[in-house]
Design a protein around this ligand. Structure first.
Ligand SMILES: C[S@@+](CC[C@H](N)C(=O)[O-])C[C@H]1O[C@@H](n2cnc3c(N)ncnc32)[C@H](O)[C@@H]1O
Length: 244
């Protein structure tokens, strides 16, 4: 299993991006993710790949009775335990591929921008099903599969002024480990087709309730024109499912 967030250079670079309030996670993923959650009042929640624990803290603010955050990275969890410590939150150092070891049940399982780092998606989906109470909700975000199917070289075809005309998508249909340079070289993500992502959920007794591919509105683009390339291809995919 890859644990890139414990690589010192990667961790420092990621922390700097994270501090910027105009990063894509803040602007697109978080609002979409939180909009998909049910009312959390009195519920138990587990966050797979909780990182700095900010979402765990938000779930407490939203009324959750109990929150567990798990992560494979000691460095991310060290920040979570310092900055987002709360009596209702427990942080566990473990990979999400091993969630079937957790014997208690939860009302809500959430995972944000972590599942694309997992090779064995089927095991995680099966484990999530075991973790959930009947009728429980599983909401996750991940890098959009169109974003893990670039060829090498420039990701965009541009006009003579450098404007992006279209994304250079290639090998969308080849499911595989996908290495890219993001902060450091050789960051591994796992490319799965949209149909695989959704059908694995259906085959594990989940009902799909909503799918979101966040793109900017015209008003948003007035303030952040740099995000207009999302109209060519979404960067993120969010799925809300229910057990049973
Ligand atoms: C991009 S960060 C997202 C953190 C947080 N969920 C958020 O949205 O701000 C991805 C997190 O997933 C964790 N992660 C990656 N692979 C994992 C695995 N197999 N099991 C558990 N956590 C994992 C990383 O260590 C990192 O903290």
């Amino acid at each position: 299993m890859q644990n890139i967030f414990d690589n010192e250079i990667f961790f420092d670079g990621y922390s700097k991006i994270h501090e910027r309030k105009d990063n894509a996670n803040e602007l697109f993923v978080k609002p979409a993710l939180f909009s998909l959650l049910p009312s959390l009042t009195g519920l138990s929640v587990i966050d797979l790949g909780c990182g700095f624990g900010e979402h765990c803290m938000e779930y407490v603010r939203k009324g959750a009775a109990k929150v567990v955050g798990i992560d494979i990275s000691e460095k991310m969890l060290a920040v979570a335990k310092t900055k987002n410590n709360h009596p209702k939150i427990t942080y566990l150092h473990m990979p999400m591929e091993e969630i079937s070891c957790i014997k208690e049940k939860f009302d809500v399982v959430v995972s944000s921008l972590a599942i694309h780092y997992v090779e064995d998606y089927q095991t995680v989906v099966h484990g999530v099903h075991e973790l959930l109470n009947d009728g429980g909700v599983f909401v996750f975000s991940q890098v959009h599969p169109m974003n893990t199917s670039f060829s090498s070289g420039d990701r965009w075809t541009r006009d003579e002024n450098g404007r992006k005309l279209h994304a250079n998508i290639a090998n969308y249909g080849v499911e595989k480990e996908w290495e890219s340079t993001w902060i450091v070289d050789h960051v591994k993500k796992y490319h799965r087709m949209f149909s695989t992502i959704i059908n694995t959920l259906i085959n594990n007794d989940f009902t799909i309730e909503k799918i979101v591919e966040p793109i900017p509105t015209a008003d948003f683009l007035q303030m952040h024109p740099e995000y207009d390339d999302l109209l060519h291809k979404p960067d993120f995919l969010l799925v809300k499912t229910k057990k049973g």
